[in-house]
Unconditional design. Structure first.
Length: 207
């Protein structure tokens, strides 16, 4: 990940968390006001909104887990997520409907912002997981019977590739001594794969 990517992701993440926190707090107060007014006073009324927003969070996490493992999204999670979103929007609309259509829209906006920000956060996590999964697929070794190094340089390149994937790149001296290479050849192989590690080009499996 480049510095620009990290900056964009960090800024987006911070913005989403701040907006979701403020919107969630406003939405919670709207929901408490509605619930308390309609027959659930006291402690129950203050905990009730957590049931709605907690359902959204739980369903989203199930969908996230499915995305991370490339599995089909469970229909129950999709249905419950939709139900939770609908419930939080309706209860916020009710908080402002007494002030007319504009009041209903104003009251509904924090709930919409909370749900939207939370789903944006889930999208960031899903995208990160998918990129990591895709990178792992691209760098996966083929079965041993499908590839045999033709010479010492091929073997050294594959060893260097695997050491980069493992996060502990071999040194030029190690390549030179292990595979009986010249200093220049070992250095060239290492330079190529270090450039790959730094994101200058894709890491391709041996053929």
């Amino acid at each position: 990940m480049t510095t620009a990517d990290k900056w964009v992701r960090g800024t987006t993440l911070a913005s989403v968390i701040v907006v979701a926190g403020v919107a969630g707090w406003i939405s919670y107060n709207h929901a408490v006001a509605v619930v308390v007014t309609h027959g659930e006073p006291g402690v129950v009324g203050h905990w009730y909104p957590a049931v709605i927003d907690g359902l959204i969070v739980a369903a989203s996490m199930v969908l996230l887990d499915s995305a991370r493992h490339r599995a089909d999204a469970p229909r129950l999670a999709l249905w419950l997520l939709s139900a939770g979103i609908a419930a939080t929007l309706v209860i916020n609309v009710l908080a402002g409907v007494a002030f007319g259509p504009l009041g209903a829209i104003v009251s509904a906006w924090p709930a919409l912002s909370f749900v939207g920000c939370y789903e944006l956060l889930m999208m960031l996590v899903r995208a990160s997981a998918q990129r990591a999964s895709g990178a792992a697929d691209e760098t996966a070794l083929p079965p041993a019977e499908l590839w045999v190094p033709e010479d010492a340089e091929d073997a050294a390149a594959e060893a260097m590739r695997m050491s980069v994937i493992g996060g502990n790149p071999l040194s030029a001296n190690a390549l030179q001594s292990k595979f009986n290479l010249t200093r220049a050849t070992a250095r060239d192989i290492r330079t190529q794969f270090i450039a790959i590690q730094n994101g200058h080009k894709e890491l391709e499996p041996a053929e």
